[in-house]
Design a protein around this ligand. Sequence first.
Ligand SMILES: [Zn+2]
Length: 377
Amino acid sequence: MTISLRTDFPGGNGQLLNADKIKGKSVVRFAAEAKNCPLALWFHFRISGLDGTGLRCVLTNPEQTLDGADWSGNCIVYRSGGAKWIRTKKPERINVAGGRCEWAWDIEAGDDEIEVAFCFPYQLADLEATLDKLGGTFSSTTIGMTPAGRQIVRVFNQPGKGNLPGVFLTARHHAGETPGSWVLDGLLRRVAAEKRLHERITWWAVPFVNLDDVVDGSYGKDPYPCDCNRAYGPGFPRRVEVAAVMADIRRLQQAANCLFFADLHAPGHNEHKNYVPAYDWRKDSSDNSADEKEFAERFCALCPEDIRSPLAYDTRQGALPGPYSGFASQRWAATVLNIDAVVLETSYQGNGKTYYTIEDYRRIGAALAETIAGGVM
Ligand SMILES: [Zn+2]
């Protein structure tokens, strides 16, 4: 049977260069597609026609991925027959003619079709499955439309109340950063499981800010026409998705007793750590970053030891010149709304000792729920 590569499903990304059966193994050389972005990173595809052979997947364009060609510590994920996602082992470096290198992951024989992704995928269906499981603690509502006409969803446990603190969370400003989604998934589960968390705090979350790129399988960092997380002014919002999110954050700020904002991301593809980036723009504002660092250290301490990050926060130059002149959501929330606001970067890989599973991301999300609650209650 001929080997083929499919991406005709939500989040699909990957281009087949060639496929061969070599010594009883199917070898598939593929490229991560940049789509509407200057650089690629996300991929998620299904290979069929394997006839039960083992699969070797070769990433052919690592230089075109954000943060570059060193994929030596990156374990990608796969599943067969709709079973659980599994991480591969580390890749083999393949030196190719002309001085380049490519990276190859070996996957054990399974069904005729094997599904492969850069990291654990998280789509609308995954969110819906989690919300169904949580027994109605969270409802969802539409807060606006994307350029392609999709509905932007906000999930919430209750309307804003003047006697309760509010928490607003966002994920997937950068569409391929699925660790942020699994962390949010774990947070929602913890909040639903703990009465004190869902009765005494109002939680609102926009799980997919750049929903079009999530569904289209684009990495969504610096996409055309503008990065969602550089679109928060100054002046008017530069993305229609962001206009909806800004209005919704203001809505909760007005209704709640106080508001805390957290934006969930993933760092470079080969960073084995989670951290709160402490941006230097705070130096110029009346705000200071002490609260953010204190938050980061409490969060790090609450994470279970086996998955705890080797560092809590990372000092960053955030006020970049050039095309990144627009504010990120956190900077807008901290300086325009004048509320406590943090970003959390959660690794695609792990903490340098443990490669994270989906359950590990959820445990990080549970720790995040407790850290936030400890700060606002
Ligand atoms: Zn990001």
